[in-house]
Design a protein around this ligand. Structure first.
Ligand code: IPM
Ligand code: MG
Length: 359
């Protein structure tokens, strides 16, 4: 039995999640699988009933599941001081990371040649073929989870801490990923200034000794963002500490042309992994039936691949997405007036992906 906690959350979460579940049901039938879905409330969606963004009931559900399919949380930018939205992302996203001990975050940025018009970089820079950059972000340490304090009204403090064990864990994961891909790994730090970065680099260099086939390159984070804009194709797997990974993955997320194309996976030390779109809850387009469900659908395929080792099923979903891209179906975020392209809504996009998973 594969127990999946379904947490659609806020904004477009509910509508894109419906499409991901539709795709998973199609895969269930095709591959004769059985998923057991249980829905739970998180974020603003949990607030009216629980006055809490991550209620105990949802925490219990999460801990009793094999994998978590997460939507998105958060409310409109102009309503952030309302109790429903105040600290909503922090209370739900950071709390679930902590509860599940999520340490390794995969943020692939797949560049589809069909969407190159939406990539802000010139094609002389991106080239005209598909490629993918995989950002691996450390998710449990660094400045995010150090002490945060406000000693006086005029001073504030956030402490960044890393230990060898935490870095060694993500380093091993990053080298293993590089082994399965191009055998090239870029580790990002700020070792010219930060002590935590010096330890990070030391551990990556130590780990490199166990992977002689992998070419490790250490790049300072400021230089990294320059290089990513100037020549993204030189990179394949990029490993970052928590804060740098947050920023670097936002840079790579613009290359595919829309956040609506990006799934992600976070692996935890309880073996309950979490899968979510890289984009947010997009309250401005919520409920209109126009959101791109592909990010949620690709998050579901990552779940099949990584939590349940259902490689064929995951491949079937990813191939169906590529097929639909080739066939010219586009939600508004990736649509332009051009021959052969057809503007569709959330549900039609989900249907088209299902139709390409043949029974
Ligand atoms: C992300 C987000 C979160 C983070 C926020 C919402 C806490 O930006 O997942 O990248 O900073 O990790
Ligand atoms: Mg972020």
């Amino acid at each position: 039995m594969m127990k999946i906690a379904v947490l659609p959350g806020d904004g477009i979460g509910e509508e894109v999640m419906k499409e991901a579940l539709k795709v998973l049901k199609k895969v269930e039938a095709k591959f004769n699988l059985h998923f057991d879905f249980t829905h739970g409330l998180i974020g603003g969606a949990a607030w009216p009933q629980y006055k809490n963004h991550f209620p105990q009931e949802t925490q219990d559900l999460v801990l009793d599941s094999d994998a978590i399919l997460f939507g998105s949380v958060g409310g409109p930018v102009d309503a952030q001081s309302e109790p429903k939205w105040k600290d909503c992302e922090k209370n739900s996203i950071l709390s679930i990371r902590k509860l599940l001990g999520l340490t390794v975050n995969l943020r692939p940025a797949p560049i589809y040649k069909e969407l190159l018009d939406f990539c802000p970089l010139k094609t002389e820079i991106t080239g005209t073929e598909n490629f993918e950059i995989l950002v691996i972000r450390e998710l449990s340490g660094g400045i995010y989870f150090g002490e945060h304090s406000r000693p006086t009204v005029d001073t504030a403090k956030d402490v960044a801490e890393y230990d060898r064990k935490t870095i060694a864990h993500i380093a091993k994961f990053a080298f293993e990923s590089a082994m399965k891909r191009s055998k090239k790994l870029t580790s990002v730090d700020k070792a010219n200034v930060l002590e935590t970065s010096r330890l990070w680099r030391e551990v990556f260099e130590d780990t490199a000794k166990e992977y002689p086939e992998v070419k490790l390159e250490n790049v300072l984070v400021d230089n990294m963002v320059q290089q990513l804009v100037k020549n993204p194709r030189q990179f394949d797997v990029i490993a970052c500490p928590n804060l740098f990974g947050d920023i670097v993955s936002d840079l790579t997320s613009v290359l595919p042309g829309s956040l609506g194309m990006l799934g992600s996976a976070s692996f935890g030390n309880k073996n309950i992994h979490l899968y979510e779109p890289s984009g947010g809850s997009a309250p401005d387009i919520a409920g209109k039936g126009i959101a791109n469900p592909i990010a949620q659908i690709l998050s579901a395929s990552m779940m099949l691949r990584h939590s349940f080792h259902l490689v064929d099923a995951a491949d079937a979903i990813e191939n169906a997405v590529s097929e639909v891209m080739k066939n010219g179906l586009r939600t508004g975020d990736i649509y332009q007036k051009k021959e052969g392209l057809k503007l569709v809504g959330t549900v039609e996009m989900g249907d088209a992906i299902c139709a390409n998973i043949s029974l």
